[in-house]
Design a protein around this ligand. Structure first.
Ligand code: SDX
Length: 437
């Protein structure tokens, strides 16, 4: 068996698979961070077998140069830059540029990118009528995915996924309008007038003023909230092939337009096992606060006969700690102290973390706080209502979705995603006419 020298140690170039009386060589693919994969491209043709991997726990769907994460070591890097550096030294628009185009922008590139986004912050005036059709208590994730999908009806001039110019403009339009769409859904839910974007403000300043300003008095933007929001959007910006990003890739692989692909990603993120966990964490902390018996909830989460889970805990990839949770927890601590907010939910969250990290059930399963565990406490301190938490996760994740969709469209191996299955239903049977059933 020949081997591939990867600088650190030689790795096999092929893996042997012995099935029945056959033995085939499958190519080994080694990534730039020494991750190893077996390329199954010829498996079915040569053996008639497919693989089965429920939930894709062991399956790589693509090669990607955007984000690297190592769950054992708690490493997360966007285009090679550690999340700790980006979260503490960058602006969210700068990180969006990095994810989408692959390099940190120089000052001129950043100014041009910022200008290109600012030109598109307004929604078409007719899009505002969509909000009149939604009930006041509509979940903002439903509004967000609906209005984003509807963008393809207003921006038909930039909907061709195979036209680089169309893609370029659609990327600006989505980055620019998502905060406006999000803020409008909040204003609709509280019966306040929609506040137009102000293009002399930064991305985060603009979102906060659209959310909380009212036409009848000035709105002072709190720089602490701006910094906290900037950090939160950055740490949510990408996470390789997570559920919603894989959804964006899946939908985009049929050559559906970018607006439809992003709307699908928003729907996937909504689930409480994914981005919806940040909303579920606060509901869980509030329930524990009302009940007063934290141990009861830990025991429920450990009970095999109980489907209850500690929301914000555990991760498919991180089996040590989620570096984003560490960053967010630190920011949470500093912000609450600075604002002299004594939020009982933050105390409960820290208690919960300590109890869980010392409990064999969680230690054995390597369950640690994830990105969603503390983010809601910061959103609460900023006055963001709980139903909007996953909307802010969508705003953060948008550049990651855009980067992956673009990387896939530009890939030489671009093809429609179409997994196979193992059929376990009825074998062929005789048709029974209606009167005989
Ligand atoms: C995000 O993929 C990403 O990158 C996602 C994300 C991103 O940035 O895109 O990081 C964002 O989605 C973070 C995760 C947010 N979700 C939650 O906080 C919901 C609570 N967590 C879980 O439901 C769960 O941990 C998942 C969904 C996050 C991961 O599920 P897996 O990888 O399928 O793990 P599993 O369900 O197989 O759990 C393994 C074991 C099981 O016990 P056993 O059957 O082995 O006895 O751990 C247990 C689970 O019952 N377990 C939990 C638990 N999470 C897992 N038990 C109690 N509470 C939990 N939270």
């Amino acid at each position: 068996m020949s081997s591939v020298v990867t600088g650190k140690e030689s790795m096999p170039e092929t893996a042997k698979l012995k099935i029945e009386d056959r033995e085939i060589d499958l190519r080994v693919v080694v990534g730039t961070e020494q991750e190893k994969a077996i390329d199954l491209g010829k498996l079915r043709n040569e053996t008639g077998y497919i693989t089965l991997d429920e939930g894709y726990v062991n399956t790589g769907s693509t090669r990607s140069a955007i984000t690297f994460l190592n769950g054992e070591q708690g490493i997360l890097r966007y285009r090679g830059y550690p999340i700790e550096d980006l979260a503490s030294k960058c602006d969210f628009v700068e990180v969006s540029y990095l994810l989408i185009y692959g390099e940190l922008p120089n000052r001129q590139q950043l100014e041009e990118f910022t200008r290109s986004i600012r030109r598109h912050t307004l929604l078409h005036e007719d899009m505002r009528y969509f909000y009149r059709g939604f009930p006041r208590d509509a979940h903002p994730m439903a509004t967000l995915s609906s209005v984003v999908s509807a963008m393809s009806t207003f921006y038909q001039d930039s909907a061709d996924p195979r036209d680089p110019e169309h893609v370029r403009v659609s990327i600006y339009r989505l980055l620019a309008k998502l905060p406006t769409i999000a803020a409008y859904s909040y204003k609709k839910s509280i019966g306040q007038p929609f506040i137009y974007p102000q293009n002399d403000l930064t991305y985060c300043e603009n979102f906060l003023q659209m959310m909380f300003a009212v036409p009848c008095e000035p709105y002072d933007i709190d720089p602490d909230f701006v910094n906290a929001l900037n950090m939160l959007l950055i740490v949510h910006a990408d996470h390789e092939q997570n559920c919603s990003t894989s959804t964006v890739r899946m939908v985009g692989s049929s050559q559906a337009n970018l607006f439809a692909s992003i709307a699908a990603g928003i729907c996937a993120l909504w689930g409480p096992l994914h981005g919806g966990a940040n909303e579920a964490v606060v509901s869980m902390l509030e329930e524990i606060h009302r009940d007063g018996n934290l141990k009861k909830f830990i025991d429920m989460a450990k009970d095999k006969n109980n489907k209850y889970r500690l929301m914000g805990f555990g991760h498919r990839v991180y089996k040590n700690f989620d570096p984003r949770a560490t960053i967010i927890k630190g920011a949470c601590d500093r912000l609450l102290a600075k604002l002299k907010i004594d939020d009982p939910l933050f105390q409960i969250a820290q208690e919960l973390e300590q109890v869980a990290l010392n409990d064999e059930y969680f230690v054995e399963r390597r369950l640690y706080p994830n990105v969603d565990f503390y983010s809601g406490v910061i959103y609460r301190a900023m006055g963001i209502p709980v139903p909007m938490f996953t909307v802010l996760f969508s705003m953060g994740r948008l550049p990651g979705w855009l980067a992956h969709w673009k990387e896939m469209q530009e890939s030489e191996s671009f093809r429609i995603c179409r997994p196979r299955q193992v059929y376990v239903g009825e074998n062929e049977r005789q048709f029974i006419p209606l009167d005989n059933r």
